[in-house]
Design a binder for this molecule. Structure first.
Ligand SMILES: Cc1cc2nc3c(=O)[nH]c(=O)nc-3n(C[C@H](O)[C@H](O)[C@H](O)COP(=O)(O)O)c2cc1C
Length: 382
């Protein structure tokens, strides 16, 4: 592998290794990708307060997230179809997270199943649930997550309909990817990826395969999935899930202080301030811009996590300085997985840790459990 000095190098390696249809799926977002760009731009625009006259020789990076130990304030975010970037990708990503010591969250839309990941790591992980219209499927997924020892259920709130991803539609993304006239040449030019897929245990929505009796083949399963996103999802739906799940419940996709207050009312243990990495509502504000208002509304009563645009360790400090307890990373770890499997994910986590550690030293922070307000500011005008 070429020398990797940052997440951006992993992104470039992922771009080289993956066929465009898969890279665009990972990298892109909804419609014009306004919100994808806002997440990155607004993060970059924030300034860090430099503090030099402090002894920072002892620094504590570890925190807990929903009761689970995290060596750095970061969990791996749920990403559907991660297993299309690397053979048995979700298992590899989960193993890297377990070795490193951060929580891993498996998506409902993964290629590997809940049971595959449990067997691969032997450690508790988080399971992300998309509520399907067919309620028995949700009940079954929740039961399976409990039986597999998942310590937290992450309920995603922002999928009443699926955001339109123009690149995926143009590239003819299908599950599993099919050779078509338009993408055939490109896929064939990526033999390492093709070989990896040939070695993969599964190639479709692993968690749902056995649940949907009438979906006798893969294309029927994909059609079923598309028909299952539920526009009637509301607070009562969340209450229904809360009754079924007695371990930690984390609500993902909070972008407004009112929704954060409702999360308190329904007994959530934590929330994730997230716009789905800009893959749902194009035009939504960046998640870092709404974080302080939401953290204020919650007032420390439950844990506030953040995702959207984490590409460096400094970005983690920026989120903590604006009120998050910890962050999740979607693309940064996925680029690592696509670049070099489990080792690539380990590399992404190590890079973020090193950058975080350096950033703490230069901003005078010794304990990430206690980042004072004022560490993050708007860039002063000249
Ligand atoms: C390829 C991809 C697939 C995703 N799939 C899911 C998913 O299945 N469930 C979910 O709740 N969020 C999903 N997300 C959103 C992530 O969990 C997370 O909110 C987002 O990636 C954070 O932004 P970042 O990529 O800039 O870190 C996905 C994101 C990406 C990039």
């Amino acid at each position: 592998m070429k020398p990797v000095t940052s997440i951006f190098d992993l992104e470039n390696l992922a771009r080289e290794r993956l066929p465009a249809v898969i890279f665009d799926y990972v990298h892109g977002g909804a419609e014009q990708e306004i919100t994808v760009q806002r997440n990155l731009d607004d993060m970059k625009a924030l300034a860090l307060r430099q503090h030099d006259l402090r002894d920072v020789s002892e620094r504590t990076l570890a925190v807990t997230m929903a009761g689970d130990a995290a060596r750095i304030p970061l969990a791996i975010a749920p990403t559907g179809l991660a297993g299309l970037t690397w053979a048995n990708g979700e298992c590899e990503e989960a193993k890297a997270a377990a070795d490193f010591g951060v929580p891993y969250c498996l998506s409902t839309m993964s290629i590997c199943t809940i049971e595959d990941v449990a067997a691969a790591t032997g450690k508790p992980f988080w399971f992300q649930l998309y509520l399907m219209k067919q309620r028995e499927v949700n009940e079954s997924l929740i039961r399976r997550a409990r039986d597999a020892g998942c310590s937290a259920l992450v309920l995603t709130l922002d999928l009443h309909v699926q955001g339109k991803r123009w690149a995926d539609a143009k590239n003819g993304l299908s599950i599993p990817p099919r050779l078509t006239l338009s993408n055939g040449m490109d896929i064939v030019k990526h033999p390492r990826w093709l070989l990896g897929m040939a070695r993969s245990k599964r190639r479709t929505f692993g968690n749902l395969e056995g649940e949907v009796k009438k979906a006798r083949n893969v294309s029927a399963l994909s059609e079923w999935v598309e028909s299952q996103f539920d526009p009637s999802f509301d607070l009562d739906t969340v209450k229904w899930v809360r009754k079924l799940w007695d371990r930690k419940l984390i609500l993902k996709g909070i972008m407004h202080p009112d929704d954060a207050r409702l999360a308190l009312d329904v007994g959530a243990d934590a929330i994730i301030v997230s716009n789905h990495g800009g893959r749902q509502l194009d035009g939504a504000p960046s998640s870092i811009s709404v974080l302080p208002g939401i953290a204020d509304a919650v007032g420390g009563r439950i844990e506030v996590f953040f995702d959207g645009g984490i590409r460096t360790g400094a970005d983690i400090i920026k989120a903590l300085g604006r009120g998050a307890r910890a962050c999740l990373s979607g693309r940064a770890c996925l680029y690592g997985l696509a670049a070099n499997g489990r080792e690539g994910v380990a590399c992404a986590l190590k890079l973020l840790e090193e950058e975080l550690n350096d950033c703490m030293a230069l901003t005078g922070i010794t304990d990430l459990g206690q980042v004072e307000p004022g560490v993050v500011t708007a860039q002063p005008s000249l």
